[in-house]
Design a binder for this molecule. Structure first.
Ligand code: PAF
Length: 282
């Protein structure tokens, strides 16, 4: 695996591969890789001729007081993991090259898919994501780009961005990978103390309980939210940021369960904010 940090070099490499008629898969990450990321890389490996994994902790998508400085980093471990997965390129641009002095363009996202859930709790977050991902698309020129269902709102927004801005590529959603006990894999899980780690299991349990209630015929979104909130609140450490049930395709609001829905939540354990979700088809 080759490591490229220089943006022009990365662009040149990709241009050459395209000229050779090879398909390019891109897996954008912020590093500190876990089994969820590796499942994105594996899927890309199966579907594309060459695979680029980008590693960039994007300052633009962190708000004031968020965990940009503390975000876990271990590039040598990440490299070993990616060698194992047979990635072709690890692209590690520097912040000073991605956002040089005088940098002045942003990709703004608005409307119902952005204004709720994480977009409401983290103002400016998705603008940071859409801006950096657009730049990564322009630099790496992928045919397919891989994102985890764990960040359901992010991948929905990026699908819309690709459609609205006519990026010539396809977004591939890859299912959530969970720990054996059900906790969704996240780089932020390392922040959890042992008690918080145990209590964090209420997230998946509450999602499963809601899915079961839906299968048993419950149609009221309010009632389902109440069920979820009661289970989460059984954990003394949990502080709910949001619990939402929306249409899965465009995240529009619903009062009654119909079609395919996304149950999504964000909960803080101490200073660690975790998100999780489940898609339920009726
Ligand atoms: O999901 C992430 O890790 C980040 O939001 C992404 C897509 C790499 C953009 O910085």
């Amino acid at each position: 695996m080759q490591v490229i940090s220089n943006i022009q070099e990365m662009q040149q490499w990709s241009r050459q591969k395209r000229l050779q008629g090879l398909t390019i898969g891109l897996v954008p990450t912020m590093g500190y890789l876990h089994a969820g990321h590796l499942s994105l890389v594996r899927t890309a490996r199966q579907q594309c001729d060459v695979v680029i994994v980008s590693l960039f902790v994007n300052p633009m998508q962190f708000g004031a007081g968020e965990d940009f400085e503390e975000y876990p980093r271990d590039i040598s471990r990440d490299k070993d993991l990616l060698e194992n997965e047979k990635a072709d390129i690890l692209f590690t641009p520097q912040a000073r090259d991605m956002y040089p002095p005088g940098y002045s363009f942003l990709v703004e996202t608005e409307g119902e898919i952005t204004g709720k859930m994480c977009g409401a709790s983290r103002p400016g977050h998705f603008r940071g994501v859409t801006t950096v991902v657009s730049k990564l698309f322009n630099i790496c020129g992928p045919d397919k780009a891989y994102f985890g269902q764990k960040d359901a709102q992010q991948v929905t927004i990026l699908e819309k961005m690709v459609k609205d801005l006519n990026f010539p590529l396809e977004i591939i959603r890859v299912p959530i990978v969970r720990e054996p006990d059900g906790l969704a894999m996240s780089s932020r899980n390392v922040y959890l103390g042992s008690e918080e780690r145990r209590e964090a299991l209420v997230l998946y349990r509450s999602l499963q309980a809601a899915a079961e209630a839906i299968r048993d015929g419950e149609k009221s979104v309010e009632e389902l939210k109440r069920t979820i909130i009661a289970i989460i609140n059984s954990s003394p450490q949990a502080q709910i940021d949001y619990v939402e049930i929306n249409r899965a395709d465009d995240l529009s609001s619903i009062d009654r369960i119909e079609g395919t829905v996304l149950i999504a939540l964000a909960v803080k354990f101490g200073t660690t904010r975790l998100i999780d979700n489940l898609i339920v088809e009726v």
